[in-house]
Design a protein around this ligand. Structure first.
Ligand code: GDP
Length: 376
């Protein structure tokens, strides 16, 4: 679905920032402080609503307004999984460390995730207002764990802050702009949007809604969004303040309402001008996935295809891992399709498409149509 790229339509886009670190080191306090001091709340109550992403405007040294997007990650696991697929939700990571507690296990874990994702990092040494804060000790501990700061044997920029009283938070925002300038993140407006799902939930009144972060292109009313195998027409589109909008472009977090299925958090989405384009694209991708050779070329073993349905994404992951381990003298198993929810007609059709396929359900039911089709 990639279209010819016109050189002149490629522009610099705002960076998407993620804050990671040990629990209680101040991630939420920092996110709240930046939001409260940088977003003018025009809609009453709008800003207090629960949304895990927002955009701010910060003036750079030249006095120019610069946009920065902050997202609350859907957890380290989802974040690192994305890297394996060659894409990142965030462009810059902030590793937050409390100067009172120093480096802790989740600091190291977060650092590993960031390193694997290969995204530029800024270290925020937090809680410097506390009497027990020891900035020098924290820096030493960081270098002991391979986080080499500028002037401390490395080139990772850092800012000493207090997320509570806001000291140096402005400097941190300026640092983000400096790093963004160096990296020069690009986007193309005249393209159908692509990006990531960062949250999804079922609203009793409105249906399935998702918070998405646009990484490229533009989303417009009338388009369609495909996220794995969930579809959504762009009818109810809102910005992070809950205000209805008809269009949005890169780095903006948006809420889209009306998915036919719960989209996977951390998964990618693609927008299409027309519903039919989306369905054709989906069909093509699906055909590719289905055409797994019957015999594994490496082991020469027969492949048994499996369609897996389970109650949660957690169980899917766990079962997938187990299935990967299964192997007999002359067969191996391969999941050709998986998803959350009951077994439906479409799942059976998918299984019919592959030879000797098995449909597996874990903590889910098969609906009537699926049963009838399977029996046939
Ligand atoms: P998170 O688990 O990383 O999101 O940490 P929180 O933002 O919830 O912060 C944990 C606790 O530390 C809260 O009680 C905050 O008020 C406090 N805290 C966070 N940042 C600072 C800071 O810069 N100075 C002080 N004194 N307290 C802070």
């Amino acid at each position: 679905m990639s279209k010819t790229t016109k050189e002149n339509s490629i522009v610099t886009r705002p960076p998407v920032i993620v804050i990671m670190g040990h629990v209680d080191h101040g991630k939420s306090t920092l996110l709240d402080y930046i939001r409260n001091t940088n977003i003018v709340d025009t809609e009453a109550g709008g800003i207090t609503q629960h949304i895990r992403a927002y955009e701010i405007i910060h003036k750079d040294d030249k006095g120019e307004d610069r946009k920065i997007t902050f997202i609350d990650t859907p957890g380290h696991a989802a974040f690192s999984k994305m890297r394996k697929r060659g894409a990142n939700i965030a462009d810059i990571a902030i590793l937050i460390v409390s100067a009172e507690d120093g480096v802790k296990p989740q600091t190291i874990e977060a650092w590993k995730t960031i390193e694997e994702a290969k995204i530029p990092t800024i270290v925020a040494i937090n809680k410097i207002d506390k009497p027990g804060a020891n900035v020098e000790k924290t820096k030493m501990e960081l270098s002991e764990h391979g986080v080499y700061l500028e002037n401390y044997g490395g080139n990772i920029p850092f800012v000493e802050i207090s997320a509570k009283n806001g000291k140096n938070v402005d400097e941190l925002l300026s640092m983000i702009n400096i790093v963004a300038d160096l990296e020069d993140f690009k986007g193309e407006k005249n393209k159908e949007a692509t990006g990531f799902i960062i949250e999804a939930n079922l609203d009793q009144k409105r249906g399935i809604e998702a918070i998405m972060i646009i990484k490229n292109g533009t989303l417009k009313k009338g388009m369609w969004v495909l996220a794995n195998d969930s579809h959504c027409p762009i009818r109810i589109l809102e910005d992070y303040k809950g205000k209805t909008i008809s269009e949005a472009t890169f780095s903006l977090p948006v809420k889209l309402v009306g998915f036919d299925k719960m989209p996977k958090v951390g998964g990618e989405f693609i927008a299409f001008e027309k519903k039919n384009d989306m369905l054709t694209f989906e069909e093509e991708v699906f055909e590719e996935e289905k055409n797994i050779k019957e015999v594994d070329l490496n082991t020469h073993k027969k492949i048994i295809p499996i369609v897996l349905k389970a109650d949660t994404s957690g169980s899917i992951e766990a079962i997938e891992k187990e299935i990967e381990k299964l192997e007999t003298e002359n067969t191996i198993f391969r999941i050709i399709q998986q998803g959350e929810g009951n077994i439906g007609e479409k799942d059976i059709k998918n299984a019919i498409g592959a030879e000797h396929a098995i449909v597996l359900g874990f903590n889910v039911k098969a609906d009537n149509n699926a049963n009838t089709l399977a029996e046939r």
